[in-house]
Design a protein around this ligand. Structure first.
Ligand SMILES: *Cc1c(COP(=O)(O)O)cnc(C)c1O
Length: 394
């Protein structure tokens, strides 16, 4: 065992390289694209005029808010019959807000596809407010989350108020590159998507897939913690639809009628999301981000698959491998080798490969490849992994 006091092993994100050479592979919060970070920094040179100092009801902030909504609508192709909300309480807030808005009674049924740590957490939170039924995605032989279950008619109660799934399981490394189609007899049920860690990195077929609600906490791909985008099909809104116990700050109808200003929204965070959306539009849209995501993830999976077992990754079905979060281990989880890898990569400025999660340290390191990570950054890690394997393979 190498001494546990090395900053790399404690998850430190400040390496000894100059800060502009740092590559942040954190699972979130994490770095935004450099041009966005620079534009935010530049906005601070006008004292008093950034959204940190603007009243949320001033014409100046209204312009920022309307711009952020319009830019997100355009970049993500959000149809007019969907409302765009900036909500409070992060992803976890939405875990509770969903059943409180879509189930009027606690006895109403909702169906949860549980194929990883985040959908499990969403289901557990919902169970407090509705009858949450589970489609269990664990592998029947290993008991691990490594795939996505088939959605069959018999598994989905026809009375479900919604069907919930997570389009990228951030910890397990399982991604739906396109949303699934429900069985014909269940297409009347709205899909609810937790897209916290893949939103903005690929197109979404809103109406074709039957999306009712989609939410994404900002802190992975589109901004900083403190704001969450929640996008709701308008027919799910309306007086009397939510549970009478739904708090006002969580109530979709209340916040939609107040145009996101029922209470003070996270003004600065909303401005940042708008800047990220503008950046996406400027580089060629979500199609370009998807191309980059595929290139980044492929660089790493290719090294893993060609390493003769030196590196391992849990998801073997390539159609489901996450482009956002690439989990990997060394020699089946060899502790000494893993610690050496963490320290050597950290010394080269590659940080965030092992961070704590609510689910513990876990067996795998994880390279997260959000919008702030460039293709060159991912290739640098892939090259380091190749070199490390050459030096340490038995
Ligand atoms: C990070 C994450 C969350 C948690 O969001 P908070 O903003 O911390 O509440 C939920 N779902 C997914 C898929 C995530 O990656």
């Amino acid at each position: 065992m190498i001494s546990n006091t090395h900053p790399a092993l404690a998850g430190s994100l400040r390496s000894t390289v100059p800060s502009d050479e740092l590559i942040n592979f954190s699972p979130g919060p994490t770095s935004l694209p450099k041009p966005v970070e620079k534009s935010i920094a530049a906005s601070f040179s006008e004292p008093g005029l950034t959204s940190l100092a603007l009243s949320h009801r001033s014409p100046e902030f209204l312009e920022i808010l309307e711009h952020a909504v319009a830019s997100a609508r355009s970049v993500m192709g959000i149809p007019d019959n969907y409302e765009v909300l900036f909500t409070h309480g992060g992803g976890h807030g939405q875990f509770a807000a969903l059943p409180l808005n879509l189930c009027h009674e606690a006895s109403d049924v909702a169906t949860y596809v549980v194929n990883g740590t985040w959908s499990l957490r969403g289901r557990d939170e919902a169970s407090r407010y509705c009858d949450a039924q589970t489609i269990d995605g664990r592998d029947s032989s290993t008991g691990d989350y490594t795939s996505f279950p088939e959605l069959t008619e018999v598994d989905i109660d026809a009375e479900s108020r919604y069907i919930y799934l997570c389009s990228n399981e951030t910890v397990n490394g399982i991604e739906l590159h396109r949303l699934p189609k429900l069985p014909e007899s269940r297409r009347h049920i709205p899909l609810v998507i937790d897209a916290s860690s893949d939103f903005s990195t690929k197109p979404i077929d809103w109406e074709g897939a039957g999306v009712g609600v989609l939410f994404a906490c900002a802190s992975k791909n589109i901004g900083h913690p403190g704001v969450t985008m929640t996008i709701i099909r308008k027919d799910l809104l309306g007086e009397g639809k939510a549970s009478p116990l739904c708090p006002g700050v969580f109530n979709y109808t209340t916040n939609s009628e107040a145009d996101n200003l029922w209470n003070t929204p996270a003004t600065f965070n909303i401005e940042v999301v708008g800047r990220v959306m503008d950046w996406i539009a400027g580089i060629g849209g979500v199609e370009e981000l998807e191309r980059r995501s595929i290139a980044k993830a492929s660089a790493l999976y290719e090294v893993i698959d060609a390493s003769d077992g030196f590196y391992g990754t849990p998801v073997t079905d390539k159609r489901l491998r996450s482009r956002m979060n690439v989990p990997f281990n060394l020699m089946g989880g060899d502790v000494t080798l893993t610690e050496r890898f963490l320290i050597e990569s950290w010394n080269k400025g590659m940080v965030g490969l092992r961070t704590l999660t609510p689910f513990g340290v876990g067996d795998y390191l994880r390279a997260s490849l959000y919008n702030g990570v460039t293709i060159e950054n991912a290739v640098a890690l892939a090259d380091f992994m190749k070199q490390f394997a050459r030096e340490h393979a038995a």
